[in-house]
Write a protein that binds this ligand. Structure first.
Ligand SMILES: NC(=O)c1ccc[n+]([C@@H]2O[C@H](COP(=O)([O-])OP(=O)(O)OC[C@H]3O[C@@H](n4cnc5c(N)ncnc54)[C@H](OP(=O)(O)O)[C@@H]3O)[C@@H](O)[C@H]2O)c1
Length: 254
């Protein structure tokens, strides 16, 4: 992917990884549009990154995604990069009844259905501009962290979807890349205990690895421990599965 002169839409670009990528892409002279649910977070991001455009949009709301896509296509018909980054992470104790069954599947609606519907809403302009889709999944797509069962299931599913999307879009000139971060210091990992066995990298370190992966034209960008999880899931799947389950046990115990 060319790293300059693109028009890039980043879902969930108001904090964390999305915001760090937005800053880097603006620095590299790209037009960047970010989305998120919270107006105050979007306004804060806009005050930090000059020239960035913000659109309030909930990735789990199909009508909102359709409206957002229509606005982007009207205002930015040159859109050629979609970064599906919006996501949430919830620890869940599956041995207990969940009183709110809609919250139980919120990660599916945002982390998995969000990218699927955003791609569908923008596919015409992405094909027209021979664009790139970057899906942000996770190293946990390869091995689940047992404390976050639905989150990890969404990331494994997003990985599978990305493989199919790549296969289907290659004849249409659209590149599909999967960014699979390891643990990154953001709001999302605020509750991750120090002894969970993860090396937590900064958003700046992730951005450096992402740009390096994009320059190398990789299908999958798996920085640091995400690559280790990839290989361990092949070489010693039972061992790494048990290890992550053990390390995350404290997150679901009372
Ligand atoms: N941090 C990690 O260790 C890590 C590791 C692997 C993968 N990832 C993935 O990286 C992505 C970004 O995570 P992060 O760590 O940067 O988390 P973060 O700092 O919590 O940022 C999440 C972003 O997504 C937005 N968002 C959440 N739900 C949304 C929705 N329904 N619709 C639209 N926007 C929504 C948030 O804004 P609002 O809340 O205002 O909507 C925010 O801008 C996620 O997909 C996550 O799964 C993170």
């Amino acid at each position: 992917m060319n790293l300059t002169g693109n028009t890039i839409l980043i879902t969930g670009g108001s904090t964390g990884i999305g915001l760090a990528l937005a800053k880097k892409f603006v620095e590299l002279e790209n037009k960047v549009i970010i989305t998120g649910r919270t107006e105050s977070k979007l306004a804060q991001a806009a005050s930090e990154v000059s020239g960035i455009e913000t659109i309030r949009c909930n990735a789990s709301d199909a009508l909102a995604v359709a409206d957002m896509a229509a606005r982007v296509k009207k205002d930015h018909p040159q859109l050629n990069v979609l970064i599906n980054n919006a996501g949430i992470f919830l620890n869940k104790n599956l041995s207990k009844n969940d009183e709110d069954l809609s919250t139980l599947t919120a990660e599916v609606d945002i982390n998995l259905s969000g990218p699927i519907r955003t791609v569908a809403a923008l596919i015409d302009v992405l094909i027209q501009n021979r664009g790139t889709v970057i899906n942000v999944s996770s190293g946990l797509a390869f091995v689940p962290l047992a404390s976050a069962p639905v989150y990890c299931a969404t990331k494994a599913a997003l990985h599978s979807y990305s493989l199919s999307l790549r296969a289907q879009l290659q004849d249409h000139g659209v590149r599909v890349i999967e960014l699979m971060p390891p643990a990154v210091r953001t709001e999302l990992t605020a509750d991750l205990p120090e002894d969970a066995g993860f090396t937590i990298i900064s958003t700046d370190e992730l951005v450096v690895a992402t740009i390096k992966g994009l320059r190398a034209d990789r299908d999958e960008i798996r920085p640091g421990q995400a690559n280790q999880l990839h290989w361990m899931s092949r070489v010693a799947p039972g061992f790494i599965n048990r290890q992550l389950a053990k390390n995350s046990k404290s997150l679901t115990s009372e």
